[in-house]
Design a protein around this ligand. Structure first.
Ligand code: ADP
Ligand code: MG
Length: 408
């Protein structure tokens, strides 16, 4: 059996016309001899009646607190609706299809409601339906615990569903269909001349996705990489080849004009973070103080990022909505923190950064030329990060894209 996983995001299944286009992609796969497993997200985006965000809004701020278990039950409904509608669309186009929820498809997760991890997949049920000659539609973004509780996988989790199924079934490929033509050098909503990347490595895209390029979920890339299953990001409404994510170095991929001397793969951004600054200059035992700061965050389940420990101060970022909580914890443990909300992280990502001198200098120059203040910076062998004010984020991404000529 030549299994092909095809995942369609919320905008791809947003209305009947689009769903017909999606179904045509499935028909095409069948006519090419594939057995498709179709993973769907909930229909539409925030504001649409059956979108996940709409369900969240129905309860958030209205009731004091809906338990996480029940929130997951609520959030898992969008994909069920979408999946049933997709089966209807496929049937109307002459394909025999069946819908399996995450649990029915054998996607077993841990019990971390809202952000569950897939522990394993029991592929027998999907395989059985495929062997019967049916197109199997699977609800994205959800699974089931060992004791039968429905869980969700966190935002963007349908990508993870697709990859995990692809790996479990040893699929020929995993195609992630979305509303853009592929993975680009920056978010095309921000950078007009962002360029489609023909071929990229799992590693590069993983970094880019971790830094905020929401075109694909980083976990989905990590999972596909485990078994080296080719991952393609394609547009649901065109025949363009999209982006191939694989293990091969771009310059070795046959038939690709991908750039062999590519230093930078792309630029990603994450808005809505708060910078926290804690003065430790007067602390007698600095190591102990640093430990106390981060232990406080960990105990409150606040994930921290962009950490910089200096002799006189400690800097780090948290998501905006956790800023106040973080500050209160620090104050209660005897520190005097300063918080700067509404910042954004901009990351320049590329496997070649470490080997080429002057990348940082060019980055600083580009930002200075555009009058952008760098609040904090850090680098690794594949990424350089800067923290800027949120209102300067778009301009920062655009000026870096131009400086490094990523649109060419
Ligand atoms: P889906 O609903 O199909 O999962 P998403 O909204 O999650 O779609 O992802 C697609 C969006 O990702 C695009 O509309 C685009 O604005 C955004 N995006 C961010 N960074 C990139 C990038 N580097 N390349 C392509 N798209 C990107
Ligand atoms: Mg997505």
């Amino acid at each position: 059996m030549r299994i092909l996983v095809q995942k369609f995001g919320g905008t791809s299944v947003a209305n009947p016309e689009r769903r017909v286009q999606v179904a045509a992609k499935v028909t095409e796969a069948v006519s090419q001899g594939h057995s498709p497993v179709v993973v769907v997200s909930a229909i539409g985006r925030s504001g649409d009646p059956y979108a996940t965000d709409t369900f969240i809004k129905m309860v958030s701020g209205i009731y004091s607190e809906v338990p996480k278990r029940e929130m997951d039950l609520l959030m898992s409904c969008g994909e069920v609706i979408s999946g049933a509608v997709m089966v209807g669309t496929l049937q109307s186009m002459g394909l025999e299809a069946v819908l399996l929820t995450g649990g029915q498809a054998g996607i077993i997760t841990n019990n971390c409601f809202g952000d569950a991890r897939i522990i394993r997949i029991e592929p027998e049920k999907i395989l059985h339906q495929l062997e019967e000659g049916k197109v199997v539609v699977v609800t994205g973004f959800q699974g089931i615990t060992e004791d039968g509780q429905i869980t969700t996988l966190g935002r963007g989790g349908s990508d993870t569903t697709a990859s995990a199924i692809g790996v479990a079934l040893n699929a020929e490929a995993i195609n992630i269909y979305t509303d853009v033509e592929g993975i680009m050098t920056a978010d095309p909503r921000i950078v007009e001349d962002a360029k489609i990347l023909d071929v990229v490595t799992y590693n590069d895209i993983c970094h880019l996705a971790h830094q905020g390029a929401k075109v694909i979920h980083p976990r989905a890339v990590e999972i596909a990489m485990q078994k080296n299953i080719p991952l393609r990001v394609k547009c649901a409404f065109s025949d363009a080849p999209g982006t191939l994510v694989t293990n091969i170095q771009p310059d070795m991929a046959e038939g690709s004009d991908a750039i062999s001397d590519r230093i930078i793969t792309g630029i990603a951004h994450t808005p809505n973070v708060t910078q926290i600054k804690v003065n430790i200059i007067n602390e007698e035992n600095k190591t102990q103080a640093v430990k106390k700061i981060f232990k406080g965050m960990a105990l409150a389940d606040i994930s921290v990022d962009f950490i910089s420990v200096q002799p006189e101060k400690v800097l780090y970022t948290v998501r905006d909505e956790l800023g106040e909580k973080a500050v209160n914890i620090l104050k209660n443990t005897g520190f005097e923190p300063e918080a700067l909300p509404s910042c954004a992280k901009v990351a320049l990502v590329g496997g070649g950064i470490a080997d080429v001198p002057g990348v940082m200098a060019n980055m600083v120059e580009a930002l200075a030329e555009s009058g952008i203040e760098v609040l904090q910076s850090a680098d690794s062998h594949t990424t350089i990060w800067v923290l800027v004010k949120k209102e300067q984020m778009v301009s920062a991404v655009q000026s870096l894209h131009k400086k490094f000529q990523l649109g060419k």
